[in-house]
Design a binder for this molecule. Structure first.
Ligand code: G1P
Length: 294
């Protein structure tokens, strides 16, 4: 029987240079998509998947992330006094009482693999999840991490969320080689970080959701710097594959690459179109820009 996964790591130490100057003094993970910061979508997906310990790997100038998930007594008192009940509830329920937030500093920007390794003292040798908040995933009824955990619970192996990308973009992702097992699930045979299209084992790209066994830390500790002179999670997974099976799962849902301005704008438009209060007004506005929009 597999043990339940309750710990999730959010690597949020990156500088976010692609969004400068917006991210000069504010973390990229705090960029809002409509009315919630990106990191809150990631946390909601983790809570929906049953996570109880949220482990944030942070760095300097990321304090507002911790503030966002902390109680703001002054704000709550003010909302209470003004009778703004709905808003009060919105800010109070961001993190339920039975869930804890843990913040660990990554002292140097040594890469995603190193960031994940920083969680070792809290995770220990248990299996755990990783969510990269840049990849915003609308999984519809079942969040992407919940889908992955379902596969892990059934099969008992680590699982990576993957999606097909165009061949020219393989150099932006971890790319897997794999053998199909059954619907949406395949067994990973190979994984390479950001290969050139001609060297890529396929066009199946790893997106920012992972379920990993605790022994990945051992491999991370022994992983030399790789692509971009950084310690790559992908390289540690490649070593793990020599002794352990890992699965890839083509998740259901839509991913927005919110690490890029275009992906971020696409997410903003589509989440606004689905937003309870904004949907109708925003659609009418878009129709004035593009009269053929249905
Ligand atoms: C990271 C990982 C890469 C993965 C990608 C998903 O890359 O290293 O393997 O495919 O996230 O978004 P980054 O986007 O941080 O360069």
């Amino acid at each position: 029987m597999t043990q339940s996964i309750r710990k999730v790591v959010f690597p949020v130490a990156g500088l976010g240079t692609r969004f400068l100057p917006a991210t000069k003094a504010s973390p990229k993970e705090m960029l809002p998509v409509v009315d919630k910061p990106l990191i809150q979508y990631a946390v909601e997906e983790a809570l929906d998947a049953g996570m109880k310990q949220l482990i944030f790997i942070t760095s300097v100038s990321k304090r507002s992330i911790a503030d966002h998930f902390d109680k703001n007594a002054e704000l709550e008192a003010e909302l209470e006094q003004r009778g703004k009940k709905a808003l009060l509830e919105t800010v109070q329920k961001i993190v339920p009482d039975n869930v804890s937030c843990i913040y660990i500093r990554q002292p140097e920007p040594l890469g995603l693999g190193h960031a994940v390794l920083c969680a070792k003292p809290v995770v220990g040798d248990e299996s755990f999840a990783v969510i990269l908040p840049d990849d915003l995933i609308n999984g519809g009824e079942k969040g992407c991490l919940k889908q992955l955990i379902g596969v892990n619970e059934q099969q008992g192996f680590g699982v990576l969320a993957v999606e097909k990308v165009v061949k020219e973009e393989t150099n932006q992702y971890g790319i897997i080689g794999s053998n199909p097992l059954f619907d949406r699930v395949s067994k990973i045979s190979d994984i390479v970080e950001k290969p050139a299209p001609e060297d890529a084992p396929s066009n199946l790209a790893v997106v920012g959701r992972y379920v990993l066994p605790g022994k990945i830390f051992h491999f991370l500790e022994n992983t030399p710097r790789g692509a971009g002179d950084e310690i790559q999670l992908t390289d540690a997974i490649a070593t793990l594959l020599q002794s352990d099976s890992m699965l890839a799962y083509e998740f259901k849902g839509k991913r927005y690459d919110c690490g890029s301005k275009l992906g971020y704008l696409q997410a903003t438009v589509e989440y606004a179109l689905e937003h309870e209060e904004l949907s109708d007004g925003f659609k009418r506005y878009l129709q004035t820009l593009c009269p053929t929009l249905s």
